[in-house]
Ligand binder design. Structure first.
Ligand SMILES: Cc1cc2nc3c(=O)[nH]c(=O)nc-3n(C[C@H](O)[C@H](O)[C@H](O)COP(=O)(O)OP(=O)(O)OC[C@H]3O[C@@H](n4cnc5c(N)ncnc54)[C@H](O)[C@@H]3O)c2cc1C
Length: 341
């Protein structure tokens, strides 16, 4: 076996995730983060696109900052399955040797990253909230919450390559899309066999019903334990209704059974980055803050002036939500009606 030194690994890669040709927006967010890392290292930024009939996404990857896209198209890579995707990605890494490989912390990305890191014998830092380059060592500093979110740890992968990290959707900002930006396309053939796929997709059944996409919402009206009861959610629903927003919840509100788990914002819930986030009756525990503190505007309503949520709030309203929320709803309703008149 030939040993490859770490110095022979060069470049930053981002896995461009797609399902049935639909790209996961986290891929573009990671190209934004990857661009900064690549510039700090003075290397190229590449996207890796695996699938069948997905070449249309190459120009999107260029537009979001990739200098180069490695494209592997093969019928075996049609529907996502761990074994062929992992095989293709491992082979690409072994052939082209990137020093950094980033994936979205989606269900697909979590599955794939673990399989790839294991096969390559390298480290993987999951759910990073910060990525930087140490200029002295050129190592990737991978920051993430640990010990229940009470401590932020910066993790290094010193001995093995590539340095692999996953980042949740909406943790990194979406970079501006540069229409018409061109890059290089490298089509790679990898001999994949259907019988090595280990699983067969018989049928894809789309989930019906009201799927909520909290991570894409522009306005979130979130409630916590301070609401006191499920009935009081009605006030938040009215506010959300007037503003065209989506409800959200702290873990305490979810555990009380007031809203289902898919509404939970925070470390063990969804990470969000809306234009406006209302935190109502939410104290601002660190595990909640890590999921919403990158919102553009944060409006906190809490009767305790010492509540930590006020430290991250753009606007803080000290008071009982039962008085404040209906007053806000009424005022927004009035302003919006005046504007449309
Ligand atoms: C490993 C781990 C992971 C976790 N993950 C998450 C997570 O993903 N998301 C999450 O949210 N939490 C998470 N938690 C829990 C977190 O630590 C907190 O317990 C939780 O966020 C508290 O929820 P809360 O703010 O709704 O409740 P509380 O902390 O009880 O706060 C209620 C607030 O309501 C205010 N209030 C009360 N009455 C009124 C009123 N009438 N009007 C206005 N304000 C009022 C109070 O002053 C108080 O500030 C996690 C914890 C651990 C250990």
């Amino acid at each position: 076996m030939t040993t490859v030194s770490n110095a022979e690994y060069r470049g930053v890669w981002v896995f461009i995730e797609q399902v049935a040709g639909e790209p996961a927006p986290v891929s573009w967010e990671l190209l934004g983060a990857g661009r900064q890392l690549a510039d700090a290292l003075g290397v190229e930024l590449a996207g890796v696109l695996l699938g069948q009939g997905v070449a249309g996404l190459v120009s999107e990857a260029w537009a979001y900052g990739a200098d180069r896209v490695y494209l592997v198209e093969d019928p075996v890579l049609g529907p996502y399955r761990t074994a062929p995707y992992a095989r293709a990605l491992v082979e690409l890494v072994q052939r082209y040797r990137p020093e950094i490989l980033l994936l979205g912390a989606t269900s697909l990305g979590r599955d794939l990253s673990g399989a790839v890191a294991t096969a390559l014998g390298t480290g993987l830092t999951a759910d990073c909230t910060g990525l930087n380059i140490d200029p002295a060592t050129r190592l990737l500093e991978q920051t993430r919450p640990v010990f229940g979110g009470n401590v932020m740890a910066t993790i290094l992968c010193q001995r093995h390559r590539p340095q692999m990290a996953t980042v949740r959707p909406r943790v990194m900002p979406l970079p501006p899309r540069q229409e018409g930006r061109q890059g290089e396309l490298v089509r790679v053939g990898i001999a994949l066999k259907e019988e090595e796929a280990l699983a067969t997709v018989l049928k894809v059944i789309e989930e019906k019903g009201k799927a909520i996409y909290l991570d894409r919402a522009e306005i979130i009206v979130a409630g916590g334990r301070g609401l006191g009861s499920r009935e009081n959610l009605r006030l938040l629903e009215e506010l959300a209704g007037v503003l065209g927003g989506t409800l959200g919840a702290s873990r305490a509100a979810v555990e009380a059974g007031w809203l289902p788990p898919e509404y939970q914002v925070g470390q063990t819930g969804i990470t969000v980055r809306p234009k406006v986030y209302f935190a109502i009756g939410i104290s601002g525990a660190i595990q909640h803050l890590v999921g919403m503190q990158n919102s553009e505007v944060i409006v906190a309503i809490n009767k305790d002036p010492e509540a930590p949520i006020f430290k991250v709030a753009t606007y803080g309203i000290i008071g009982d939500f039962q008085e404040v929320v209906p007053a806000l709803t009424e005022e927004f309703r009035r302003q919006l009606a005046a504007r449309s008149a």
